[in-house]
Design a protein around this ligand. Structure first.
Ligand code: SF4
Length: 264
């Protein structure tokens, strides 16, 4: 039932090859993350990871069954690596790929309503070259922004278990270590990303507050000379209900751009 894209078979943006080492356990993730030297190496290793049996089964089942609207498409069906500027001043941290969005297209927040919201807002803020994001080869580029997630595989019901969250943690920690010298702002979309950021920063060697700041939309916390901003997640649950509006999202991204020196 594994209809996932095989590494090195020409999928646009596929960072892996047939030789990329595959993590099969949480211990493998710790080892392969800790000795990944570059962001490209992290992305390649993330994209072939098989450490969480439930998520591997789910992402591949979804890729096999597909949604009716996408029945003629090939699904990525693998972990989705981070996307965007390799030398970012702004890091955006979400939750996990969506089953028929990034798990289908292979690129963060691409091909679903959440991505429509996020990329349109990044475009309005002058941080993306186009407002839409439909496929990995659609020409989208980000200016000074990189998008990551604490869990890189699509989880059933968008709910990773604590074990899965912890298994994926070393990928984020490694990415934070590599990015931190340049990053000025972290925009965290939702409470899940917020709660995972702090231990990830701490294990990446960043001095964090002894008491974890509570998540709130518009929260702003200074950490190690950087600014962490809280924002409601761009999920349909929030955008359809009006809990998160375009002006609310724009205000957070405008603030991030201003702090990062990327306004205008
Ligand atoms: Fe690997 Fe993370 Fe996916 Fe688990 S969630 S299989 S650790 S990439």
């Amino acid at each position: 039932m594994n209809d996932a894209v095989r590494p090195g078979t020409g999928w646009p943006g596929d960072p892996a090859t047939a030789q990329t080492p595959v993590a099969g356990t949480a211990a493998d993730v710790r080892s392969l993350a800790s000795n990944a030297v570059t962001l490209d190496e992290v992305a390649a290793r993330v994209s072939v990871c098989r450490a969480c049996p439930r998520l591997v089964a789910w992402r591949e089942q979804v890729a096999h069954e597909r949604r009716r609207a996408f029945a003629d498409q090939t699904y990525w069906g693998r972990p989705v690596p981070s996307f965007g500027d390799p030398d970012p001043r702004i890091l955006v941290l979400g939750l996990a790929p969506a089953a028929h969005g990034a798990n289908r297209t292979g690129r963060m927040f691409t091909g679903d309503r959440s991505g429509d919201w996020l990329y349109a807002a990044l475009y309005r803020a002058g941080l993306a070259n186009q407002p839409s994001s439909v496929a990995a080869d659609d020409g989208l580029t980000l200016r000074g922004v990189r998008i990551s997630a604490p869990v890189h595989c699509a989880p059933p019901a968008n709910k990773p278990t604590p074990t899965e969250r912890d298994a994926c943690h070393p990928w984020l920690e490694r990415e934070l270590r590599l990015l931190w010298p340049r990053v000025r702002v972290v925009v965290v979309l939702g409470a899940f990303g917020w709660s995972t950021l702090w231990p990830s920063l701490a294990s990446a060697g960043v001095p964090v507050p002894s008491r974890r700041p509570p998540f709130a939309h518009g929260a702003e916390v200074e950490v190690d000379g950087r600014t962490v901003l809280g924002c409601y997640h761009v999920s349909q649950q929030n955008t359809f209900t009006g809990r998160l509006t375009e002006p609310m999202l724009d205000a957070v991204l405008d603030r991030a751009a201003a702090v990062a020196g990327l306004s205008g």
